[in-house]
Design a protein around this ligand. Structure first.
Ligand code: NAG
Ligand code: NAG
Ligand code: NAG
Ligand code: NAG
Length: 380
């Protein structure tokens, strides 16, 4: 009897156990299914949602992933409802005040956002210009425009601007209209461009930058430059085609996003960058990179970054090589320029070897220009 009860009780327990186990199992599944069903709609749509790293805890609609350089009023709505569509950034020293003033006025008149990178630490002396409060001043001593650009023109910050002008300070803009320039580069599909140089008044280093008169733009040079590189109509690589010099580059938004990544934090003279710009041309560099003849500038060749207080010519914020050809009377200035040039060259070698190593190591990367014979490096 006792035994019987025991067995029955055991059986009951067993059944109970199995049943509860089943229930548990079921409800677990139910729970799981519910869970899945509940978030299913979200789940499918969200799985591959590309969110800026770090923003995942936030609802997507509140994430402001890009910014701009517009000033905002402390109260009320902005006075100027025209949002600027392009950005003009220039590295400046007070010694080029007059030239820079002309440039800035021209770009402001075309509704550009203007940024001055002060490499000589002098900001107050620009205050006497009416426009001084309408531009953005960034001041850090002894830095090149590439240093500034890498730090203050992140593509997410300048995402609203269709074109980024990143210029040296020693450029005459008498024959340059920013609006007309923009309309030409848009028509011609130029992603990376520069205005041509007026050869009668400019320091010209590469013949591809010399102004032609026959067309609005040109994309190659047929001439032998001072560099001794041979260019003809079959040339397919820089510096014969797909190339600009970098004293007055203009980048489309997409091209800038690419170029920004190419600029190395520690290589502030950016030598060698010009030869690789074609990789950022958003397609065929022989078509998307060009020089605009119709709107042209004068390259004065009098930049002052690195200049000693003596009247010697020194190095520019953009192209630090230029100073080399200048006469000088002061040995200290020579020393500095030699130092800067040596550093620039050293950085150039580093950049080249970094590129080579990266190209070898990235098994997924395909060099679109591997077939084309790379022009010899420019002698910058
Ligand atoms: C807005 O832009 C147009 C066209 O460029 C110009 O005529 C107008 O004066 C601008 N308005 C303001 C408030 O700047
Ligand atoms: C730039 O460097 C020079 C030489 O080292 C120094 O005399 C000068 O004060 C520096 N200028 C700024 C603004 O930092
Ligand atoms: C360019 O290529 C064409 C076709 O291959 C050839 O006939 C021509 O001679 C080449 N021109 C030069 C300057 O090498
Ligand atoms: C310019 O160079 C001369 C000659 O070396 C030197 O005596 C003078 O102090 C320098 N002037 C300035 C302002 O650095």
């Amino acid at each position: 009897m006792n035994m019987y009860i025991f067995v029955r009780a055991s059986l009951f327990c067993l059944v109970l156990f199995i049943w509860s186990a089943l229930i548990a199992q079921n409800s677990k599944e139910n729970f799981l299914i519910w869970g899945l069903r509940g978030s299913n709609a979200k789940y499918g749509a969200c799985k591959n949602r590309c969110r800026p790293p770090g923003s995942e805890p936030l609802p997507e609609g509140i994430v402001a992933s890009t910014s701009n350089l517009e000033k905002r009023p402390l109260w009320g709505s902005p006075k100027n409802t025209n949002t600027s569509k392009s950005l003009f950034a220039v590295a400046v020293g007070i010694k080029q005040k007059k030239t820079v003033n002309e440039m800035v006025q021209r770009f402001l008149a075309s509704d550009f956002v203007v940024m001055l990178f002060h490499y000589d630490g002098i900001v107050d002396e620009w205050q006497d210009f009416e426009w001084s409060n309408s531009v953005i001043h960034i001041s850090t001593g002894n830095q090149t425009k590439w240093w500034f650009a890498k730090r203050f023109l992140h593509p997410d910050i300048v995402a609203e601007y269709d074109y980024i002008f990143l210029w040296d300070e020693d450029l005459g803009v008498e024959n340059f209209n920013p609006d007309r320039y923009l309309s030409i580069v848009k028509d011609e599909g130029l992603q990376i461009s520069q205005p041509a140089l007026d050869i009668s008044k400019s320091e010209v280093h590469h013949l591809i930058t010399a102004r032609g008169r026959r067309k609005n733009v040109h994309r190659r040079t047929y001439k032998l430059g001072t560099t001794g590189i041979h260019c003809d109509e079959n040339s397919s690589a820089p510096p014969c085609t797909g190339w600009i010099e970098v004293m007055a580059p203009v980048f489309s938004k997409a091209a800038w996003r690419c170029v920004w990544y190419m600029i190395q934090n520690d290589l502030i003279h950016a030598w060698g960058l010009d030869m690789q710009l074609g990789y950022c041309a958003q397609g065929d560099r022989t078509k998307n990179v060009g020089v605009v003849d119709a709107e042209y500038i004068v390259h004065l060749g009098v930049p002052t970054l690195g200049e000693s207080d003596n009247k010697s010519k020194a190095v520019s914020s953009g192209d630090t090589s230029r100073a080399e050809s200048k006469e000088t009377s002061h040995s200290q200035a020579i020393d500095k320029r030699i130092e800067v040039r040596r550093q620039s060259y050293y950085e150039y070698m580093i950049f080249k070897s970094r590129w080579k190593k990266a190209a070898e190591e990235d098994k997924c990367w395909v060099d679109p220009y591997s077939e084309t014979k790379q022009g010899k490096q420019t002698t910058r």
